[in-house]
Design a protein around this ligand. Structure first.
Ligand code: FES
Ligand code: FE2
Length: 449
């Protein structure tokens, strides 16, 4: 990008500087067609009620109307590679047990039918689903196998003791569950999103899995990763190479009535922020070389700093089939309510979950999926406590420091929700349109408290 281009007058409602589509149109290796599309829905400008972030009543409604009714990511298929592998997925105060049975993956409410103890507390292979308290046990298919001293339960018949199931389906290597047995299938729920996500991750391995406890509502944490508007204040160190204010935000409608739509954004790398007026492309190149720690071909050779980075990353990664944008850019999709896979070569995936019954606490999961030589078993999860830094997870690399910047705001925001005298949370019309879309869907599912 040249200084002249950065001074181009902005269309109404958009930043100055070239748009994402302007830049993509000049990339040497053009992106897949979906990244050339734009979509928006006008959902108004009303503030978001703060009660959604702090109220116990709203939290209870979310559990009943959202988490018990919605398709949600539980784990990867790789977490359940062998018959007998199990995975425990907790969300709010709910717990679900995934197991690979002979006939495929099964999901159960993770509670013993005797005195309700969690059937399993953690993942791993097991010869049967056996409760550790008194030893009741079930087959992988959920049929009762054994009750010690069965003679002492004259009120119970074996057929009444089948483990209650949840719906299970998969997309792109992810195992989704839906506790609502009446819910429409996952394909209806995802709608057009898979056709706009052409990146097959089924062959990738889980190479990092970090779960961090945060002192904020799960939605506040998630929303911090749904816009690039915060970059100027929270991550000023990357303004020299990230086109924050000219990011593209897309909101796509549902394909099947009653199901959620989905959204995404693309924030370009290798282009200076529109906030930096007259910032030369030479300086962008210097910033990129320092940040990525690699030698970059000159702008004379490639035509732009962005193109220099694309060529260097293509050579370094050996990903000849990827376009410039897939190699460089920050493209995040969102599957309602809480799953955010990055697109392109990026290994990053986010998930955000309420933690127990407290609307002031949540868990942010970061899962890396990488093409490895051969399909590897997932790495064990690392759990970071409320007071741990992301940098205590070295497997996250440079991202850890950026995450620390992101999440350092969140406990203060949660306190601010309780201190505010404003009528609600204000959202930018365009740059925070994904958050508005999310709340529109949330309102449809949960309704007003
Ligand atoms: S609570 Fe599970 S066997 Fe008793
Ligand atoms: Fe951020």
């Amino acid at each position: 990008m040249t200084a002249t281009e950065a001074s181009v007058a902005a269309p109404a409602g958009r930043s100055n500087g070239p748009s994402v589509q302007d830049v993509l149109a000049r990339d040497r290796v053009p992106p897949p067609s979906t990244l050339c599309q734009e979509s928006q829905i006008d959902l108004g400008h009303e503030p978001i009620p703060v009660e959604r972030y702090i109220s116990s009543e709203w939290h209870t409604l979310e559990v009943e109307r959202l988490w018990k009714r919605v398709w949600q990511v539980a784990c990867r298929e790789d977490d359940l590679r062998r018959v007998g592998d199990t995975y425990v997925y907790d969300v709010a105060d709910l717990s679900f047990l995934l197991v690979r049975a002979e006939a495929g993956i099964r999901g159960y409410w993770n509670a013993c039918l005797h005195r309700a103890m969690k059937l399993r507390a953690e993942e791993g292979w097991t010869p049967e689903l056996r409760c550790a308290f008194h030893g009741w046990s079930w087959s992988y298919d959920g049929n009762m196998k054994r009750i010690p001293c069965k003679w002492d339960f004259p009120q119970l018949r074996r057929e009444d003791l089948v483990l209650p199931q949840v719906q299970v389906d998969t997309w792109n290597g992810w195992v989704f569950i839906n506790p609502d047995l009446e819910a429409a299938p996952l394909s209806d729920y995802l709608g057009s999103m898979p056709s706009h996500f052409p990146w097959d991750t089924t062959g990738r391995s889980v190479t990092a899995r970090v779960s961090k406890l945060l002192r904020c509502n799960w939605k506040a944490a998630m929303e911090a990763f749904m816009e690039s508007y915060h970059v100027i204040a929270t991550h000023p160190q990357i303004l020299t190479m990230l086109a924050d204010a000219s990011a593209q935000y897309d909101v796509f409608p549902a394909e099947v009535e009653g199901q959620p739509g989905w959204n995404r954004f693309n924030t370009l790398s290798g282009v200076a922020s529109p906030h930096l007026r007259d910032f030369s492309d030479d300086r962008v190149l210097q910033a990129l070389a320092a940040y990525y720690g690699i030698d970059l071909p000159s702008i004379e050779e490639t035509g732009s700093a962005r193109q220099s980075l694309a060529e260097a990353l293509r050579a370094q990664s050996g990903k000849d089939t990827y376009s410039d944008s897939e190699l460089l850019d920050n493209i995040l999709y969102q599957v309602f309510p809480n799953f955010q896979p990055w697109a392109g070569v990026s290994p990053i995936n986010y998930r955000f979950r309420p933690y127990g019954a407290d609307p002031d606490e949540c868990v942010m999961d970061v899962i890396f999926l990488i093409d490895t030589d051969g399909h590897e078993a997932p790495v064990p999860a690392r759990v970071l406590g409320f007071d741990d830094d992301w940098t205590e997870a070295p497997e996250l690399g440079l991202l850890a420091m950026v995450f620390d910047q992101d999440t350092s705001n969140l406990a203060h925001q949660q306190k601010g929700f309780k201190a505010t005298k404003a009528s609600g949370v204000q959202l930018a019309a365009y740059q925070e349109s994904r958050i508005r879309h999310f709340h529109h869907e949330l309102g449809r599912w949960v309704g007003d408290a």
